[in-house]
Ligand binder design. Structure first.
Ligand code: SF4
Ligand code: SF4
Length: 477
């Protein structure tokens, strides 16, 4: 049986095991979507270790100098004990990948490296999303030593001038530090013969940096990034609208993208000599730029596919709130300071969200605070569970109710996998809470743990003035 022994060897190796593990997890997620039940934890979870940040990116929902929202306090970290407990619980639930990301800068959490080590120890993928401006090159080598799988570095620029435009509260020294850090990772990986972490440069595109695309690609090659990706700005209405591209700038950007062979149907990998740079999500980016109507970017995308995010994803905020997707910040479904992540995932609130997100029109009042049509930050997650293969599986699960042959196959696989729906939990002290809140004030009144917005916060008005000056100067050019 040489063929079977080859398969056995492949599956017991690291790549085969990973593939097998994630295929089983995908099967469980899709089965849950079809049955309206949950068989496993979220495929991917995002943890925001802290709300604190000291950078002031121009389009940041919290720290943009153009925003008048109050800032969270500097010590608004997820308590370490809870942080580690959440990671252990996610691993027990079958989560495949944990991303440590904003709200703030993850590396400002005092125990971030302990959390990364635990994620890897529990055999989950670890992704860290950082602006990479707080660590020094030496401590950044730890990311390789800990085998972080992917480092997503938010740069929003390919040169110092554009970096200052998009980060108006810092100087070109910060851009140099980010560059040095990225090069340090590249050199360390080369020296040690490591592949981890893969590095992706992330660029939010607004009217301050859309002409900088070619330089962003150059920068990607210079620092040895594996991937680069672009996303259009998602504005905070009434605060960062001035960063939106006008229709003529939108047209100009489409020409720039074509000139740089981004999303034009040719390969999404750029070669220079023997070095390559993959452009991730190029087609989605170009599609979004073309279909933007006013502030609404994702109307067509979201109308075309069901939202399966309630089965595949969740976010834990530093104040303990659990939210269902990146745009669900005003729509918490529980709090890990009160309940375990397992109980929240299996709670009636979560079931309600799951089914509504899958079936209801996104114009429904339920989604009022999420604003799916304006911008869905989880579009890539949704598309990943809406590929032709995934749709075929969903079709099979649905066919099992009336086709005995399909039912037999599905039941056999379920038996092999020992598939059992997780029981529903009733979190009684949440039962009186409404599922949506019309305003932050309303949420504050009902949700005593969410003290974020009422804290004694401060604004750096000089940063705001500098941002406006920088913006006006750019506009006059
Ligand atoms: S690094 Fe992230 S949290 Fe900090 S200002 Fe920029 S976008 Fe906001
Ligand atoms: S923004 Fe709307 S469509 Fe997108 S993941 Fe959230 S609920 Fe689903």
């Amino acid at each position: 049986m040489p063929k079977f022994s080859y398969i056995k060897r492949f599956l017991s190796g690291p790549v085969g095991y990973e593939l097998f593990k994630s295929s089983v997890a995908v099967y469980k997620v899709l089965k849950g979507v079809a049955d309206g039940k949950v068989y496993t934890g979220p495929f991917r979870a995002e943890i925001y270790p802290t709300f604190h940040c000291n950078l002031g990116c121009i389009a940041c929902w919290t720290y943009s100098p153009l925003c008048t929202r109050p800032w969270p306090p500097k010590d608004s970290h997820l308590p370490t004990k809870i942080f580690l407990q959440v990671i252990n619980d996610l691993a027990d639930m079958g989560t495949q990948s944990v991303t440590l990301v904003g709200g703030g800068e993850p590396f400002l959490h005092p125990d971030i490296f302990e959390a990364i080590a635990l994620i890897k120890k529990r055999q989950m993928k670890c992704v860290v999303n950082s602006a990479l401006h707080v660590l020094g090159p030496k401590s950044i080598e730890k990311l390789s030593d800990l085998s972080v799988d992917l480092l997503i570095c938010s740069t929003w620029a390919g040169d110092a001038d554009t970096y200052i435009k998009t980060h108006p509260t810092v100087s070109d020294k910060t851009f140099d530090k980010v560059r040095r850090n990225l090069i340090a990772i590249k050199d360390y990986k080369e020296k040690k013969g490591l592949v981890a972490p893969r590095v992706t440069l992330h660029n939010v595109i607004c009217n301050l940096n859309y002409r900088n695309i070619a330089k962003m690609l150059d920068f990607g090659f210079e620092v040895g990034a594996n991937e680069i990706r672009f996303t259009p700005i998602d504005i905070v209405p009434g605060q960062t609208d001035c960063l939106l591209l006008s229709s003529s700038q939108q047209e100009e950007l489409i020409t720039i993208l074509k000139e740089n062979k981004i999303g034009d149907g040719s390969s999404n990998t750029i070669w220079r000599g023997n070095r390559k740079l993959h452009i991730s999500g190029a087609d989605i980016f170009v599609g979004r730029i073309k279909s933007r109507k006013g502030i609404s970017v994702d109307h067509e995308n979201i109308k075309a596919i069901p939202c399966t995010i309630g089965w595949s994803f969740m976010i834990i905020h530093p104040n303990g709130e659990v939210i269902p997707c990146c745009k669900g910040g005003h729509h918490p479904l529980g709090n890990v300071l009160r309940h375990s992540i397992k109980d929240i995932w299996q709670s009636c609130h979560y079931v309600n969200f799951r089914v509504k997100a899958r079936d209801a029109d996104k114009n429904d009042d339920y989604f009022l605070n999420i604003k799916c049509f304006q911008f869905c930050d989880n579009l890539i997650d949704l598309l990943a569970f809406n590929t032709p293969t995934m749709k075929m599986f969903l079709g099979w699960f649905q066919a099992a109710s009336h086709n005995p042959v399909v039912r037999f196959i599905v039941e056999t696989v379920d038996r092999i996998l020992k598939l059992k729906a997780l029981p529903l939990k009733s979190l009684t002290d949440y039962s009186a809470l409404p599922l949506t809140f019309n305003s932050l004030e309303e949420r504050e009144a009902i949700w005593p743990l969410a003290e974020l917005q009422s804290c004694g916060s401060f604004r750096d008005t000089s940063g705001q003035r500098r941002a406006k000056e920088s913006h006006d100067k750019f506009e006059r050019r």
